[in-house]
Ligand binder design. Structure first.
Ligand code: HEM
Length: 81
């Protein structure tokens, strides 16, 4: 979040190359978190413990909204390179 606000501030100050570096760091950190923590947690814990037993439960619904939005967000981040 701090990186996003810092990147936005750099953009508004016309410091575009530093803005690009900060945003690249943000996307790489996000990819590390997605592949190291979120994807394993989703496959190993969320799907078997929440989605399969009760697909309309609040945890399942939040996860099933979070995942496509997360994929869209990180895809847009990668697409901007
Ligand atoms: C830009 C994209 C994404 C952002 C900003 C994001 C953000 C977050 C944040 C902040 C949390 C921590 C929530 C908390 O513990 O209070 C989280 C957890 C989680 N995310 Fe994402 N996420 C993104 C993409 C994804 C994707 C693509 C997946 C699917 C594979 C995913 C699956 C999960 C799961 C399963 C958790 C729970 C992890 C755990 O607590 O062990 N996320 N996400």
């Amino acid at each position: 979040m701090f990186l996003l606000l810092y990147g936005y501030w750099l953009n508004s100050k016309q410091m575009f190359s530093r803005h690009g570096i900060v945003m690249t760091v943000a996307v790489v950190l996000q990819l590390i978190m997605i592949f190291a923590i979120m994807t394993p947690a989703f496959i190993l814990a969320i799907v078997p413990q929440y989605v399969v037993p009760n697909v309309s439960g609040i945890t399942s619904i939040i996860a099933l909204i979070h995942v496509p939005l997360g994929i869209l967000a990180v895809s847009l981040g990668i697409g901007l390179f």
